[in-house]
Design a protein around this ligand. Structure first.
Ligand SMILES: [Zn+2]
Length: 523
């Protein structure tokens, strides 16, 4: 009952056709990765009265933002535009600079933009968005960064601000058309929120987008980011991170056919007493205990581990990520050694937020467990080597999976410890390396860790896409990717040699690489 000799991964049993299809898919992914680093970034800025410091912030921060982004994404190429808007009654309602790669010239021009006018509290947000849509968008990654301290005209968009056009867009016709334009052009819309007076507007915009999303092919919404009043320094960080996320998101949406599941987020825990226990068999992979090298472990297999227990699952997810939704759960697992049931623990249960041929099947979950287990084993080996040089550690969450029957079909869920904290992305599965907002020691450790995995497996596999939550001196990681020369392994994020080459071409060895005597990389 406890263990099984068979391994989860079935190696090398693919047909010639399956291999060819996978090769082609990797090639397509690699191309999308490359193209996604061509970015159109448009600033949509309220240029009325109180906004002068923010115009200056864009001007002063522009070069730093670009420098940060190109540091994070080595092949990134950006075009930047600026749309300033004021109010319906203002003599100069707009100040517009079309997309350009000449950032020095754009900076000089922004320096000449003045904040004036406005009158009442509300401004012509609709007009601003409309001007943005008329720009010549053409790069694969498109993003709009909107910053204002005032809502749009119309009672629909604010809670009783001073508004000379209170009946404006009463039937949402204008805004629906504009947001549809944003959607059709696949423009990622980021909103930098300075004041609470804009909260209703953005939530109404998001409700309209959700209403108008056709056949749920996308999960699109305006990302609202707090930009505390007066904190111009933070503004640069917020922007850098937004662009980084945009690039990654573009890659993910390019990938496959799927539809968004229907769900409502509820952050409250359910009343557990009202929910039924379900008997489950929880599967994961076991770390090998023998003395094989990391390379031998990778080329071999890890054994299955099966545990019995009971689970309760909340009806609604409490959070949504780029790929998955997370439900609260409580688990009551059978302890094999003690021959008793362990105490109930709060866990996070995750499933794909998409419906599609690749989503709700066993393979999706076994691939996930395989990637996480091998990465976790690498981290275990890595920490042993690095512990004499630092008190910081990289750890992967212990992830398992199980299925329950629902309406005659199995529903698969990942199970992991419930974890709270700030989420950080240190690298992606291509050439992104974080440069801001995270303790540099963690960035260096994570880069060294990836190098270590490639070194220890002698070029067979690379653990990358390092992301997670920092808890004291540890970063608890989840959802890595493994690029492996064997294309039949480690799921859809395995970009094989193309992914390994990207890392090798971009990686800069740091002090940890040297302390561990890792061999220098070369293609
Ligand atoms: Zn290195």
């Amino acid at each position: 009952m406890h263990s099984d000799v068979k391994s989860i991964n079935v190696k090398n049993s693919w047909s010639k056709e399956e291999r060819a299809a996978r090769e082609e898919e990797i090639q397509t992914m690699a191309n999308i990765m490359k193209n996604s680093q061509l970015v159109d970034l448009c600033f949509l800025i309220d240029c009325t009265g109180s906004m002068e410091p923010w115009i200056d912030a864009v001007k002063d921060g522009l070069l730093e933002i670009i420098a940060n982004i190109t540091k994070a994404y080595k092949d990134c190429s950006l075009r930047v535009a600026f749309v300033g808007y004021r109010d319906l009654s203002d003599k100069v309602p707009f100040s517009i600079y079309p997309f350009t790669t000449d950032l020095e010239e754009l900076r000089e021009w922004i320096a000449s933009v003045r904040a004036f006018g406005g009158g009442d509290k509300c401004e012509d947000v609709h007009g601003g968005i409309s001007k943005c849509l008329k720009l010549d968008w053409k790069n694969p990654t498109k993003m709009l960064f909107h910053i204002t301290d005032s809502p749009s005209h119309g009672a629909n968009f604010h809670n009783g601000c001073l508004d000379d056009y209170i009946h404006f867009d009463g039937d949402f016709k204008k805004i629906d058309e504009l947001l549809d334009g944003i959607l059709q052009n696949r423009i990622r819309y980021y909103f930098g929120s300075i004041e609470d007076s804009t909260t209703k507007m953005i939530s109404v915009f998001n409700q309209r987008i959700a209403r108008n999303l056709k056949n749920n092919q996308l999960d699109w919404e305006i990302t609202r980011t707090e930009v505390p009043k007066g904190d111009l320094q933070n503004f640069v960080s917020v922007l850098t991170e937004s662009v980084s996320t945009s690039i990654t998101t573009t890659v993910k949406i390019g990938k496959e056919k799927r539809t968004l599941k229907q769900f409502t987020i509820n952050t409250l825990q359910p009343s557990w007493a009202d929910l039924e226990w379900k008997d489950v068999k929880i599967r994961t992979l076991k770390f090998p205990k023998d003395k094989r090298s990391l390379k031998e472990v990778f080329q071999g297999e890890m054994k299955k581990d099966i545990q019995e227990g009971k689970i309760k699952i909340s009806e609604h997810p409490f959070a949504k990520g780029g790929q998955r939704i997370a439900f609260y759960g409580i688990s009551h697992l059978f302890d094999f050694h003690q021959k008793t049931l362990r105490a109930e623990t709060l866990v996070a249960l995750k499933e794909s937020k998409w419906e599609g041929p690749r989503q709700n099947n066993k393979r999706y979950y076994t691939d996930f467990i395989e990637v996480q287990s091998y990465a976790s084993f690498c981290a275990f080996k890595f920490n042993k080597k690095i512990e004499e040089f630092t008190t910081k550690k990289l750890k992967f969450l212990k992830v398992k999976f199980f299925s329950i029957m629902e309406k005659d079909y199995p529903r698969y869920l990942l199970l992991e410890p419930y974890l709270k904290g700030d989420y950080h992305k240190l690298s992606n599965n291509w050439n992104y390396v974080a440069s801001k907002n995270v303790d540099e020691e963690f960035i260096n450790l994570s880069q060294c860790f990836s190098h270590f995995t490639l070194d220890a497996t002698e070029g067979y596999a690379l653990v990358t896409d390092i992301q997670g939550v920092i808890v004291d001196s540890e970063i608890i990681l989840t959802d890595p990717a493994i690029h492996c020369v064997d294309i039949t392994r480690f799921g859809g994020t395995n970009l094989s040699k193309a992914g390994i080459d990207q890392f090798v071409g971009n990686h800069e060895c740091n002090r940890f690489c040297k302390l561990l005597n890792l061999r220098p990389l070369s293609i």
